[in-house]
Write a protein that binds this ligand. Structure first.
Ligand code: AMP
Length: 286
């Protein structure tokens, strides 16, 4: 596995390699866990060459967010990526990715006025901007994203379509701990008590889904009851619980057969997100 820091070097390399090889790409912020590894392994299986990037993108963090305490462990990441079969680990510096003030600005107009987009203004603009740049640098044929960040996957799907990137988006299921907590780099920032409480996110979402399984697709009731569970069972503060169509992220109508229940909860040092995607009968789709 080769490690590349320079944007220029990475882009030049991929211009050549991309001519004769299928390129798979996994964009990450590092501190790898099995969720990241599942994306890399799928890419290694599907492609001739897999590129994984590690870049904690300042543009997608708000002023009072956790950019400074976002966990980092490059040596461990290197070992894990190599073991997963990654060919190139691309680790650019912020001033190489953003050498000067940008002249253009990306605005996300759909799919971002709900869920994380509402509580993290500018977040998906930052995500879209860095992904457009990374797609131009790496020039992948396929790119792999986790459905853990379901809203991000919905935005990436729109971005690829809107801007005619010749890239296939592949989304993979949420990898969870044995007790159901979605794996996240941010889980290390939970204290012992919060870690024990955090299992209630998934349980609360499952409760919401059960309302559908029991025959009542009632978003207001699902939101209310799931919110109450998280409120009662954890010390975290509920940022949102929402039930929407997926991937459009609009209020659920009679015609929708792909529905997401998603939550974000703020603990002291970590903001956790989770979701379930299911059909009108409550059957899981992911
Ligand atoms: P991040 O490093 O958090 O930006 O995540 C990089 C990629 O890994 C994104 O596509 C995430 O959706 C994906 N990912 C993060 N956590 C998980 C998980 N628990 N299961 C599956 N994919 C994940």
């Amino acid at each position: 596995m080769q490690i590349i820091h320079s944007v220029n070097e990475m882009q030049k390399k991929m211009l050549t390699l991309g001519k004769e090889n299928m390129i798979g790409f996994v964009a990450t912020m590092g501190y790898f866990h099995e969720g990241h590894i599942s994306l890399m392994k799928e890419s290694v299986k599907d492609n001739d060459i897999t590129v994984t990037s590690i870049f904690v993108n300042p543009l997608q963090f708000g002023e009072n967010e956790d950019l400074d305490r976002y966990p980092r462990d490059l040596e461990n990441d290197r070992k894990k990526a190599e073991a997963a079969g990654v060919d190139f680990l691309f680790i650019p510096q912020a001033d190489d990715m953003y050498p000067s003030k940008m002249t253009l600005e990306i605005i996300a107009k759909e799919r971002t006025n709900v869920m994380c987009g509402k509580s993290r203004p500018g977040h998906f603009e930052g995500v879209a901007t860095v992904l457009i740049k990374l797609f131009h640098i790496v020039r992948p044929d396929k790119t792999y994203f986790g459905i853990k960040d379901a809203q991000q996957a919905a935005v990436v799907e729109a971005l690829i379509k809107d801007l005619n990137f010749p890239i296939e988006l592949i989304t993979l299921p949420i990898v969870r701990e044995a007790d159901g907590l979605a794996k996240s780099s941010r889980n290390v920032n939970l204290n012992e008590q919060e870690r024990a409480e955090a299992i209630w996110l998934k349980k609360a979402l499952e409760h919401g889904r059960k309302i559908v399984v029991d025959g009542e697709l009632n978003p207001a009731k699902m939101v209310k009851e799931a919110t109450k569970i998280i409120h009662d069972k954890t010390s975290g503060s509920v940022d949102y619980v929402e039930v929407l169509s997926y991937p459009e992220l609009k209020p659920v109508t009679e015609n929708d057969n792909s529905i997401i229940i998603a939550a974000a909860v703020n603990f002291n040092q970590a903001r956790l997100i989770d979701n379930l995607i299911f059909d009108r009968e409550g059957k899981l789709l992911r």
